[in-house]
Design a protein around this ligand. Structure first.
Ligand SMILES: [Zn+2]
Ligand SMILES: [Zn+2]
Length: 236
């Protein structure tokens, strides 16, 4: 049983439950995640066995040293007297769906950590401080690796973002293909270039600047894909 903190404050938020402060110390050399079993020992010696329901996001100018969390809603503020001691009931590995490989693919070292992408949440920060994970950066890309060896720096595996990004790319591709087919079946429409180089697309009704290669490629209005013939005269 690992001591976490003494309850210094409790906020009760109706929709979520009681939030315990200060929370899990970031200096804890161990990952703590949602669902972790905890034991709350009250000053009178009685105990509550419960779990961490979620971490609370606190915006603060000062870097926080603890991650406050909330407990299941049936536990009220009166069940949590100040000064109660909170313990972690079990060891937990930081697990985001995929099981950590026991050894590095390249050098067989057991120094394998999870790569976390994007802005880390409180749970992820605890894993980073606890040495179970490292930050992979804010850019999330399709080929992002999942595991990192702190000994030889090898990286491998497929991050949890890969299927999400792949799906988004596939959907964008399917949308473009459909848009192309529809534009071809519409044929070439006529539009006139107004003052200042502005064109109002006769199909999608959006105006664009003919000098902007974001909108016009010489043949098509890129926003909607429509083929256009441009003239300086209003179309008949
Ligand atoms: Zn290695
Ligand atoms: Zn258009």
């Amino acid at each position: 049983m690992q001591f976490l903190f003494k309850i210094a404050d409790v906020y009760f938020v109706k929709e979520r439950g009681a939030i315990l402060f200060p929370g899990v110390p970031y200096s804890l050399p161990r990952a703590v995640q949602v669902g972790a079993a905890i034991i709350i020992e009250r000053p009178d010696g009685s105990r509550i066995e419960t779990t961490i329901k979620g971490f609370e996001m606190i915006r603060s100018i000062v870097p926080l040293e603890h991650a406050p969390f909330f407990v299941p809603r049936h536990i009220g503020k009166s069940d949590l007297p100040l000064g109660s001691q909170v313990f972690l009931a079990e060891d937990a590995a930081f697990d985001r769906g995929s099981v950590k490989p026991p050894r590095c693919n390249a050098c067989s070292s057991p120094a394998v950590v999870r790569l976390i992408y994007g802005l880390p949440d409180a749970e992820a920060m605890l894993a980073v401080k606890g040495g179970q994970a490292i930050l992979g950066g804010c850019d999330i890309f399709e080929t992002a690796a999942q595991w990192h060896c702190t000994k030889c720096k090898a990286e491998w595996g497929v991050s949890e973002w890969t299927p999400i990004i792949r799906k988004a790319n596939d959907q964008a591709e399917a949308k473009r293909t459909l848009q192309d087919a529809e534009a071809l079946s519409r044929g070439t429409l006529s539009a006139s270039v107004g003052d200042g180089g502005l064109v109002r697309c006769p199909y999608c009704r959006r105006s664009f600047d003919v000098r902007s290669n974001m909108s016009w490629n010489g043949k098509r209005h890129k926003t909607c894909g429509t083929y256009l013939t441009l003239s300086t005269q209003p179309p008949r």
